[in-house]
Design a protein around this ligand. Structure first.
Ligand code: SF4
Length: 111
């Protein structure tokens, strides 16, 4: 699995992404049950509110080899502040619409 992670720009200010990297290394969270090796292709923010750059950034990571785009837990779960992204659905919809059907889109990284 080749993964490209999109995170919240607001959260990037204070979160180093440790639990995202740990979830990949330990195959926990959304990666639980993945049997193949997981390679991180990219780790980038949405570009800022309202997340319109997310699809462009996802496409770039796909071009660089990602077969799976993951919205980090800070977006749909609002981790760690419990403050979800108000644009998460539109962002996800833009990924579903803009990426090829064979690209997996996952909604969170870790619990
Ligand atoms: S669009 Fe959502 S994910 Fe992106 S910076 Fe704004 S709140 Fe964060």
């Amino acid at each position: 699995m080749k993964v490209g992670i999109i995170r919240c720009l607001q959260t990037e200010n204070f979160c180093p992404g440790t639990f995202d990297f740990k979830a990949i290394a330990d195959k926990t969270g959304v990666f639980e049950g993945v049997e193949e090796d997981i390679e991180l292709v990219g780790f980038i923010s949405c570009g800022g509110c309202p997340g319109k750059n997310a699809i462009l950034r996802a496409k770039k990571m796909v071009k660089l080899g990602a077969d799976t785009i993951v919205l980090a837990s800070c977006i749909e779960k609002g981790t760690p502040l419990g403050y979800k992204c108000p644009f998460a659905k539109m962002m996800k919809d833009s990924l579903v619409k803009g990426l090829a059907e064979n690209i997996k889109i996952l909604d969170y990284t870790h619990e």
